[in-house]
Design a protein around this ligand. Structure first.
Ligand SMILES: Cc1ncc(COP(=O)(O)O)c(C=O)c1O
Length: 371
């Protein structure tokens, strides 16, 4: 198995814990263990009593029950808990794909969504989202990309890095198309519940399509990346069983304290997601003003959901721009080249409380550079 280095993660490894101002984080503001325990009386004592033996490989029954509440049709037995969304992506691709299979992947995207498919010797075709059409996914284009050996379609909505949210009719049509052709749909929903207009929230793919696999995680919407808990929800028993069998060779089971804290957090997920949406709303209005002031330097497609967007640097080379910015001002942006995207874009993240001061630093940098 060959895996190409994960460009974005290598970039973060270099700067995430040294840059003074993070302005491209893909997750929301986090909480401390104490903050979480304060959500429920008695939880601190319960955590102290929590047993540190092996946990059930598929996830604790009570945790799977809590996760199942996110969905409308899925039963706890149809939830498979993983160590982060990353493990679930890895297991899905390797459980499902054989050499010679074809996979269509929404692009640009989080690298593992196509890289792991390639490592399983599958043929990958990108279903490209373009800035010129506000990052819309064109279903007619997908129809042209499908082949007799297409095994899976992979989408991410709300989307990293553009903040694109698929319209409801398109989403239903996508699910119907996949079902019609017997193609698996892997739907990365790690930003679900961060829609700026709740009326635009999509159903989970697993609730509208019995072949689909929905991916969720604690890291993004809930800001609890350090728990390293993610999951898949699916009514597709064959895929569920294959992934569960493969998990015996990766993490086997999840961290017991993380499972405890995840269950606690999910009992309060509306409150946690609501706080994060408020941070996003406040910061997004700062960004709207910022991009209006700097329309000569950046093109801004306003996202519809999530904590990130993918603006376009109109003058200068984006890698050089990001490099100078982080070295001179300590502000971290993520160049689009880390997604292998050639369009001179960068990722901006705005779900952290420190975002206004990071943005002020960026503005000061711009004042000092004509680019
Ligand atoms: C779209 C998307 N899917 C999956 C992941 C992986 O999530 P985690 O790091 O919590 O495993 C990420 C992380 O950035 C992501 O952006």
């Amino acid at each position: 198995m060959h895996l190409t280095p994960f460009k974005l993660e290598r970039y973060f490894a270099k700067y995430e814990f040294t840059a003074r101002y993070l302005l491209c984080s893909s997750d929301c503001e986090s909480l401390s263990v104490g903050d979480l325990l304060a959500l429920e009386p008695g939880s601190e004592e319960a955590l102290q009593r929590h047993w540190l033996g092996y946990t059930e490989s598929v996830g604790a029954p009570s945790l799977r029950q809590e996760i199942a509440h996110i969905y409308t049709t899925v039963q706890p037995g149809q939830v498979l808990v993983h160590s982060g969304a990353e493990e679930a992506i890895f297991l899905f691709m390797h459980a499902v794909l054989q050499p010679g299979d074809h996979v269509v992947v929404h692009w640009p995207c989080y690298q593992s969504l196509f890289e792991v498919a390639k490592s399983a010797d599958a043929e990958v075709t990108f279903w490209e989202a373009r800035e010129s059409t506000r990052w819309v996914l064109d279903l007619d284009e997908l129809k042209r990309l499908l082949k007799p050996n297409t095994r899976a379609v992979v989408v991410n909505t709300p989307h990293n890095p553009t903040g694109y949210l698929m319209p409801h009719p398109d989403f239903l049509a996508l699910n119907a198309l996949c079902q019609e052709h017997g193609i698996l749909l892997f739907c990365d929903e790690v930003y679900r519940e961060l829609e700026y207009d709740p009326a635009l929230r999509l159903p989970s793919a697993c609730d509208v399509n019995p072949l689909a696999v929905s991916l969720g995680v604690m890291s993004k919407t809930y800001g609890l990346a350090g728990l390293r808990i993610g999951w898949i929800a699916t009514r597709n028993a064959d895929i569920y069983n294959r992934m569960a069998a493969l998990k015996d060779y990766t993490t086997l089971c999840n961290s017991a304290p993380s499972e405890f804290l995840t269950e606690l957090a999910l009992r309060h997920r509306d409150q946690i997601a609501g706080r994060n949406l408020q941070i996003i709303a406040d910061n997004l209005s700062l960004l709207d003003d910022f991009f209006a002031r700097h329309a000569d330097r950046f093109a801004w497609v306003r996202p519809k959901a999530g904590p990130i967007a993918f603006p376009h640097l109109l003058k200068g080379d984006v890698e050089i721009f990001c490099d100078e910015l982080v070295h001179e001002s300590g502000v971290l942006l993520l160049p689009g080249s880390m997604y292998d995207h050639p369009g001179n874009h960068f990722r901006v993240g705005f779900a952290r409380k420190t975002m206004p001061s990071a943005l002020a630093q960026l503005e000061q940098f711009l004042d000092q550079h004509t680019i």
